[in-house]
Design a protein around this ligand. Structure first.
Ligand SMILES: CC(C)(COP(=O)(O)OP(=O)(O)OC[C@H]1O[C@@H](n2cnc3c(N)ncnc32)[C@H](O)[C@@H]1OP(=O)(O)O)[C@@H](O)C(=O)NCCC(=O)NCCS
Length: 185
């Protein structure tokens, strides 16, 4: 990624449609609580529309990460059209020795062709080289296609945050799910 690419990130049509959602069933009380995720069909498919809005603040954050020496920032350009069709945005979190994936996205027109896998494998190789202990990321319970992708890539679901977005995430069906790809025993 070059600095000039950041203004073009909005070209990526990163929306998705999901026929299902991951419903969270919570049990117990106090500190003896349990969460269970169940994939349930949706009457109306969830449509994330055009997807990701790289507003001023998000562009500023990507710029900051690009300037870091311990980041992996890449874009995928379609040669024939010169269109920007994918991006990867990862930094090293040295305090806990983790590669954190802030963004990974492919344009709708180039999905299911192995590009997401390639970017994930690059991230894993990069993190190994830096002797990090895991690759981690967060996604949402309404993004079941991405959850399926991460499972396919060998990530393990390691936690949920039911209050990440609002105090009422259950009502919005959007709960933070945390994934890890361990690199060390
Ligand atoms: C998630 C995303 C990056 C995957 O990229 P991709 O290039 O389509 O993925 P790949 O073609 O490399 O697929 C790799 C594997 O995951 C599987 N996979 C990918 N998308 C899947 C889906 N929607 N459902 C089930 N499996 C899926 C593929 O079948 C493949 O497995 P296989 O090689 O064993 O057959 C892409 O769908 C995307 O950009 N989505 C919108 C943005 C987004 O949600 N990003 C993640 C935010 S946390």
């Amino acid at each position: 990624m070059r600095e000039a690419d950041i203004a073009r990130l909005i070209e990526i049509r990163a929306g998705f449609t999901s026929q299902t959602r991951l419903k969270v069933e919570k049990s117990g009380s106090g500190y003896e609580v349990g969460w269970r995720l169940v994939e349930v069909p949706l009457e109306t498919p969830y449509d994330k529309g055009e997807g990701y809005d790289f507003d001023d603040e998000e562009r500023r954050l990507v710029m900051q990460r690009l300037a870091r020496a311990d980041s992996l920032e890449e874009v995928v350009i379609e040669q024939a059209t010169d269109r920007l069709v994918g991006m990867l945005d990862v930094t090293e979190e040295s305090w806990n020795e983790v590669a954190w994936v802030w963004n990974i996205m492919m344009d709708v027109s180039v999905r299911q062709q192995g590009l997401g896998r390639e970017l994930t494998q690059r991230t894993i190789a990069w993190a190994r080289q830096r002797n990090l202990r895991a690759v981690m990321l967060e996604t949402q319970s309404n993004n079941v296609p991405a959850c399926k992708f991460y499972v396919r890539m060998g990530f393990q679901l390691v936690g949920i945050n039911e209050a990440l977005y609002t105090n009422h995430d259950y009502q919005r069906d959007e709960i933070g799910l945390f994934w890890s790809y361990p690199l060390k025993p």
